[in-house]
Design a protein around this ligand. Structure first.
Ligand code: MN
Length: 282
């Protein structure tokens, strides 16, 4: 069972044996990137840590999974990241038995920043209970498509609202989209240059040994409140549409995920409508 921890950007996956806390997109050190452009914001890392500690105290998970993008710089790490990231994880280690990081696109060379016993999982993802978890910038492994529910981060989903006077605000949201596991497996097979044989259902079994079952995809809001993003309800006529498509990653770009009719929920659980409906107010 999967439950969002309203009103936080976090979820709990419960199985018979364990409770796993899942968060995505910490982007520790985004303030440092700003300071290089002359804007000085004090470090926000202690606040992120406190928010996460409180969630651990309240929900008592045995396991914490971070769905990618622990740090903000992509390939390297700045001086403060060398200090802040190990400290952050050393504190968390005192609160929760097991911690895993699924590698995101910002997690290049993260190994030396993580203390002992923090496990790094590949960007192809991991399965917890009946949920397939992956970051989203790359394809998940075929094994994840056997799960009914997929969950990813990476896009930092927000919805924009504009009133008639032109004032605009953006709010973080959860996205729930229908997806077609067989189609996803088909696209993945094509990517691996394998031909779809007589039946689209049987080919994944033959090549990957799986029966695709994924029917819904959740996109998690970023745990870091400050991250910007291109609103998901921006109209397609926008000149930046192509860039937007590229950033979303291969799964959302594939026709197997119905983003038009995807449902958007505010962090407090309020249902806003589908992305298609919301495109009129962006
Ligand atoms: Mn990412």
């Amino acid at each position: 069972m999967i439950a969002p921890l309203i009103p936080y950007q976090a979820a709990i996956i419960k199985t018979r044996k364990t409770r796993t806390l899942v968060i995505a997109d910490l982007h520790i050190g985004w303030e440092i990137a700003l300071s290089q452009r002359g804007i000085h914001v004090p470090t926000q890392t202690p606040k992120l840590l406190q928010k996460l500690k409180n969630l651990i105290l309240t929900n008592k998970p045995e396991k914490l999974i971070i769905l990618g993008d622990v740090k903000h710089t992509i390939a390297t790490a700045g001086i403060s990241e060398w200090q802040e990231i190990p400290e952050f994880f050393n504190e968390l280690k005192k609160q929760v038995k097991e911690i895993c990081v699924i590698r995101g696109n910002h997690d290049g060379n993260i190994e030396p920043l993580l203390p002992e016993k923090i496990r790094i999982l590949p960007s192809t993802g991991a399965t917890v209970g009946e949920v397939g978890l992956f970051h989203g910038h790359r394809w998940p492994s075929p094994a994840l498509l056997e799960q009914k529910t997929l969950m990813m981060g990476h896009v930092h989903p927000v919805v924009a609202f504009r009133d008639p006077a032109g004032f605009r605000i953006a709010r973080q949201v959860w996205i729930r989209a229908k997806c077609d596991g067989t189609k996803l497996a088909g696209t993945l097979l094509q990517k691996h240059k394998m031909k779809i044989e007589k039946s689209a259902e049987k080919t994944p079994w033959k090549h990957y040994g799986i029966k695709p079952k994924s029917s819904q995809l959740f996109i998690m809001p970023s745990f870091n409140d400050f991250l910007g993003s291109r609103p998901l309800n921006r109209r397609k006529t926008d000149g930046a549409a192509e860039t937007g498509r590229r950033i979303r990653g291969p799964v959302l770009r594939s026709e197997a995920v119905d983003m038009e009719n995807a449902e958007a929920y505010l962090l407090d659980g309020t249902f806003l409508g589908t992305l298609n409906q919301l495109s009129t107010i962006s």
